[in-house]
Write a protein that binds this ligand. Structure first.
Ligand code: 6PG
Length: 254
C-alpha cells in the first residue's frame, strides 16, 4: 500500500482554498496532456466548502470547464431536488455557475426505481464515456471521510467493500445519516484513478484518520484504508482539528 501525502491546513477555509487550487492544477494538467479532464465529485460538508471556493469569480475562470467531464463518486438514492442529494449540493454550490450548454455533467440517474438499477445505469454511462475518451481512468476522484472511517458510500463491513469487478454498486445505508440507499464507486474504479484526494475537516475525523494512517486498521473496519490507487497518487487534505491525533512528522503543512 502506498503512503499517502497528508496536507494539513490551519483551518477549513484554508483547506478548501488549497484543495480547490489542487483541483484546478489537476484539471489543467489533464487538459494539457490529454485534452480533457475527467473528475468525480464527493458529497459531504468538507467537499461542499471547497466547491464554494471553486465557484468564486477568482477561481472559476482558471479551468476550461468545457473540457471537464464531471461525475459523482457516490450518491444517495434520492432525486436531485431532494436536499440530501450529493449532486443537488454540487449543483447549488458549483455547477450552477457553469453555463448549461457548456458543462458536461453526469449525475447518477436516481430516477431509477432501485439503487441497484441506478448503479447499473451509472456504470453503463461510465463505461460508454471511457470507451470514447482519450483517458481510460478518472484523472481525479474527490472523496470525503466519515467519522466511522467510510469513504464514498463504502461503509464498514458492507458487501460493497468486496466488489472486485463492478465499477459502481448499490449499498445499504451505513450507521450515519441520512438513512437512504446509496450508489457508490467501488475500490476497483477508485483505485484505478490517476489522483485520489480525500477531504476531511473537524475533530470528528481525528480518530478515524489515526486508525487508518497510524494504527493500520483494515478496510473492513475503516473503508478509507482500502484507498490505494495502483498507478496514481493518494492525498489527504485535512485541517488542524482533523490532524490532532497524527504525528507531526506525517504531515505536510500548507
Ligand atoms: C455521503 C458522502 C460521504 C461524505 C462523508 C464526509 O453521501 O454521505 O459522500 O461519503 O463524504 O460522510 O462527510 P462530511 O464532510 O459531511 O463529514
Amino acid at each position: 500500500m502506498q503512503i499517502p501525502t497528508i496536507f494539513v491546513c490551519p483551518d477549513v477555509t484554508t483547506l478548501s482554498h488549497q484543495a480547490a487550487e489542487r483541483f484546478i492544477a489537476s484539471g489543467k494538467s489533464a487538459i494539457a496532456a490529454r485534452g480533457q479532464f475527467s473528475v468525480a465529485l464527493a458529497g459531504g460538508s468538507t467537499p461542499e466548502t471547497m466547491y464554494a471556493d471553486l465557484a468564486s469569480p477568482e477561481m472559476l475562470p482558471q479551468l476550461d470547464w468545457t473540457k471537464s467531464f464531471i461525475f459523482m463518486s457516490d450518491e444517495r438514492h434520492v432525486l436531485p431536488s431532494d436536499p440530501r442529494s450529493n449532486y443537488g449540493m454540487a449543483l447549488r454550490t458549483l455547477l450552477c455557475r457553469l453555463s448549461p450548454d457548456k458543462r458536461h455533467v453526469f449525475p447518477v440517474p436516481t430516477q431509477h426505481p432501485t439503487a441497484a438499477d441506478a448503479a447499473a445505469a451509472y456504470e453503463r454511462k461510465l463505461t460508454d464515456f471511457f470507451s470514447t475518451s482519450p483517458g481510460t481512468h478518472f484523472d481525479l476522484i474527490l472523496l470525503g471521510l466519515g467519522s466511522d472511517g467510510h469513504t464514498a458510500s463504502l461503509f464498514p463491513h458492507s458487501a460493497a467493500l468486496n466488489e472486485k469487478s463492478r465499477l459502481v454498486t448499490d449499498s445499504p445505508p451505513g450507521t450515519l445519516p441520512p438513512s437512504v440507499q446509496r450508489i457508490t464507486f467501488t475500490y476497483p474504479l477508485i483505485n484505478a484513478a490517476r489522483e485520489v484526494l480525500v477531504l476531511a475537516a473537524g475533530e470528528a475525523k481525528a480518530a478515524p484518520l489515526r486508525r487508518i494512517l497510524v494504527d493500520g486498521v483494515g478496510r473492513e473496519e475503516c473503508p478509507a484504508a482500502g484507498l490505494d490507487p495502483r498507478d496514481g497518487t493518494l492525498s489527504y487534505f485535512i485541517d488542524a482539528a482533523a490532524a490532532a491525533m497524527l504525528p507531526s512528522a506525517m504531515l505536510t503543512k500548507l
